[in-house]
Design a protein around this ligand. Structure first.
Ligand code: GZL
Length: 317
């Protein structure tokens, strides 16, 4: 496990990266399996590690920060070469990240960020979460074209960087458009089941005829809400417009069927760039930028969503 000291001493400094990676042991503290996107990220991460011959130690935290902290401490005790962390919430990481730093174990953040000094992690591989919210808001601004729209919002996990940033971006985009108003906003914790239950409460509180659009911080909550809207006798994608984020296969299918209107793609492959950065850092100290940004792409009914669904449906979502 203590390969890196040997490497940094130059003992095998000229070994090809592939040979080098084959000796790495990396711990991965994953949030859980709350959404289709999360499941795809896990699938892709395991495949990216296997492709490199990396020994990946996987820990599923079942959405609990205390389980992630325990997993990180276990990885440190095992003397892994590096740690991947998808942090369920943004705060409460300083102490355990200090412990990893003291053990000279680099940490790379995946898909979410932390409110901690940036010398406590090597780099963060994420999308621009605020931009995603802006794109969603701008889509609705354009779609409504000045017409009034009472919006309900399904937020992601409370305290997580995507929930905070996607809300910020959406509100920035609709600011100054007085025809658009968020009338209800509540967390659905990124899951289909909670998305359905909270949407049911929105429909009951507001009356479905008084809701013009749903903004969901991820597709899974939107898919749950679609069922609630149908159960209320309304047509999702028509009576209530729906925009969300992730571009999972079921979102493309919903758009193809007219049940949803737009989604913004989030790649599940955060691990590829993360492992590339780690291999370079551990091999010769190459320091990556503090943020490795992944792309965000808007999909609407104008795209061939049925074909995209067919392409994506077997990718581990
Ligand atoms: C965003 C990521 C979010 C996804 C959800 O980067 O952390 O977590 O949008 C997942 O599907 O639950």
């Amino acid at each position: 496990m203590k390969l890196r000291q040997t490497l940094l001493a130059g003992a095998i400094a000229f070994a090809p990266v592939t040979a080098f990676a084959a000796d790495l042991t990396i711990g991965f503290s994953q949030i859980g399996s709350e959404s289709g996107w999360r499941a795809a990220e896990t699938t892709v991460t395991k495949q990216e590690a296997a492709d490199r011959g990396i020994n990946l130690k996987f820990a599923d935290a079942q959405q609990k920060q205390e389980n992630q902290i325990k997993a990180i401490r276990s990885f440190v005790a095992q003397g892994v070469d590096a740690i991947l962390l998808a942090p369920v919430v943004a705060t409460g990481w300083d102490e355990v990240l200090e412990e990893a730093k003291d053990a000279d174990i680099p940490v790379v953040l995946l898909d979410r960020t932390v409110d901690a000094p940036d010398d406590l992690y090597l780099t963060a591989v994420t999308s621009d979460l605020v931009h995603e919210g802006r794109v969603a808001g701008q889509w609705l601004v354009d779609e409504m074209d000045g017409a009034d729209c009472r919006i309900v919002e399904l937020q992601g996990t409370t305290g997580s960087s995507p929930a905070i940033d996607r809300k910020t971006g959406f509100e920035e985009a609709i600011a100054g458009h007085d025809n658009l108003e968020i009338v209800r906003s509540q967390t659905g914790d990124f899951t289909r089941s909670k998305g359905k239950v909270v949407m049911e409460s929105f429909l009951k509180a507001e009356g479905g005829e008084n809701i013009c659009a749903l903004y969901a911080h991820n597709d899974d909550m939107a898919v749950g809400a679609i069922q609630a809207i149908k159960d209320a006798g309304l047509n999702p994608g028509d009576d209530i417009l729906i925009v969300a984020i992730d571009a999972v296969p079921d979102a493309h299918l919903a758009i193809a069927n007219g049940d949803m209107n737009a989604t913004i793609e989030l790649t599940p492959n955060m691990a590829g760039p993360a492992l590339d950065a780690l291999e370079a850092y551990l091999a010769d100290g190459t320091t990556p930028p503090k943020w490795i940004q992944t792309e965000s792409k808007l999909f609407t009914a104008a795209d061939d969503n049925q074909a995209i669904y067919e392409q994506k449906k077997d990718l581990g979502y």
